[in-house]
Ligand binder design. Structure first.
Ligand code: NAD
Length: 436
């Protein structure tokens, strides 16, 4: 089966490469010429573990190709995926659907065979209806159906998630749509991955409900962490204690600096806007968004406390270890590190940083931060070292070397990756999240 993937970012490129690996003939399309040129040269435009070899082997096998031409790329494709960005619209937080609609228009104008148009981008309820209308309005004579197929992969573990998903959600009321989607995901049917067929609007909402629920779980445990600090309890034990309850589950109960990334912040906001538009407020999600927003700067203030308070902190130096919103990605979108660094520089603190993959993208977002080539260079002469992202490289830092390199042995661990007793025994002043 021939598949076209419009948009070759985190989702489009990973999905395209995985579909090719299943044996489909895939063309990934992107309007960004430099991205396509780099892919032709075997250079990945993003950091995602295992992606380079997956792309390379499927290109070599002739199943995966790249182009900037949508009309060429979609020719003979039975399934045309839309996997372009849906960022927050500036000003009001609604999902910006202009990229999706532009692609729909182009598909309609260039459709040369019957095809199913599959929306993989995260889009508000009703977007599928609009995509269908846009394509129909181009006057195309080809048979087409518009299907919703939201993506649930996690950056950093994207290939595994795509190939072994907890579930695949397909939203369509159309027989042609259902038939083509069964063929697209046949290799996963065989893997016994559960496939949930629902109507299109339900499918669109499932994606937002899933992300809002996960964001709620994170925010809930973060508030419990604050309470733990006040009452002298340990949030990691609270997480374990509640997570062992099968009704709650252990995942997404790690207290930290607040959720960030390319999905949760924008998707929770977009859900609020949908709820508002339909006069059906989602108060819990409203609280989650507000609590998470204030938390990021609160983490910056935690570092200021470790530096001796707002007054004493001025002129001191803090070293940030990890900048991306989570490990194993170079994605800096809405990373808590941005607000932490901003809070520190606003208070006159000099900030240095090291991240294994995110520094190039982080540089323009944090112009006042000095980027360093390894953790110890960042730590040099620092009055406090802050673990912002739990990259494996930071899990076993040489505490002795850190003590010698830094100006003061002060460690703020926003990810709880160290054991307080060990770090204190090594002579550090140590603070973490939800533990005393
Ligand atoms: P991205 O920004 O990494 O990639 C989008 C790509 O689309 C870019 O390369 C851009 O150049 C291209 N593009 C935009 N307009 C185009 C056009 N008219 N023609 C061709 N290409 C065009 O975005 P992403 O992170 O891959 O996210 C895509 C969608 O998937 C979003 O709706 C997002 O919410 C959703 N999603 C993302 C993730 C994730 O972890 N990143 C997970 C699940 C769902």
């Amino acid at each position: 089966m021939k598949i076209a993937m419009v948009g070759s970012g985190y989702v489009g490129l990973v999905s395209g490469a995985c579909f090719a690996d299943f044996g489909h003939d895939v063309v990934c399309i992107d309007k960004d010429q430099s991205k396509i040129d780099r892919l032709h040269d075997g250079i990945m435009p993003i950091y995602e573990p295992g992606l380079d070899s997956l792309v390379e082997s499927n290109m070599r096998a002739g199943r995966l190709s790249f182009t900037t031409s949508l009309s060429e790329g979609i020719k003979d494709a039975s399934a045309i995926f839309i996997a372009v960005g849906t960022p927050s619209r500036r000003g009001d937080g609604h999902a910006d659907l202009s990229y999706v609609y532009q692609v729909a228009q182009e598909i309609g104008e260039n459709l040369a065979n019957d095809a199913v148009i599959v929306n993989k981008s995260t889009v508000p309820v009703g977007t599928g209806d609009e995509v269908e209308r846009i394509i129909a309005d181009t006057g195309t004579s080809q048979k087409f159906a518009v299907v919703s197929n939201p993506e649930f992969l996690r950056e950093g573990a994207a290939i595994g998630d795509f190939k072994h998903p907890d579930r695949i959600v397909i939203g369509t009321e159309d027989d042609f749509g259902r038939e083509v989607m069964r063929e697209v995901y046949r290799p996963l049917f065989l893997n016994e991955s559960p496939i949930l067929f629902v109507d299109r609007r339900t499918s669109e909402l499932i994606k937002y409900a899933a992300n809002a629920f996960l964001a709620t779980k994170i925010t809930f445990i973060n508030e419990m962490a604050d309470l733990c600090e006040k009452v002298g309890a340990n949030v990691q034990d609270v997480s374990r204690g509640i997570g062992m309850d099968g009704r709650i589950g252990p995942k997404f109960l790690h207290a930290g600096p607040g959720y960030g990334g390319s999905c949760f912040p924008k998707d929770t906001l977009a859900l609020l806007k949908t709820a508002e538009d339909y006069d059906s407020p989602t108060r819990i999600v409203e609280a989650v968004v507000a609590v998470n927003e204030s938390r990021k700067r609160a983490m910056g203030r935690k570092v200021l406390d470790a530096l001796g308070g707002l007054e004493a902190a001025r002129g001191k130096k803090a070293a940030l270890l990890g900048l991306t919103f989570k490990p194993n990605t170079d994605d800096m979108r809405d990373s808590p590190a941005i607000a932490v660094a901003q809070t520190l520089t606003d208070a006159g603190v000099k900030v240095s940083a090291y991240d294994p993959e995110g520094m190039e993208i982080a540089k323009p977002l944090m112009p006042d931060v000095t980027m360093c080539s390894d953790p110890y260079e960042a730590i040099k002469d620092a009055d406090a070292t802050v673990i912002v992202t739990e990259w494996d490289a930071f899990r076993a830092l040489d505490l002795g070397k850190m003590k010698e390199t830094a100006k003061a042995p002060v460690l703020v661990d926003l990810r709880n990756i160290y054991t307080p007793a060990d770090v204190r025994a090594a002579g550090f002043e140590y603070s973490s999240v939800g533990r005393v």
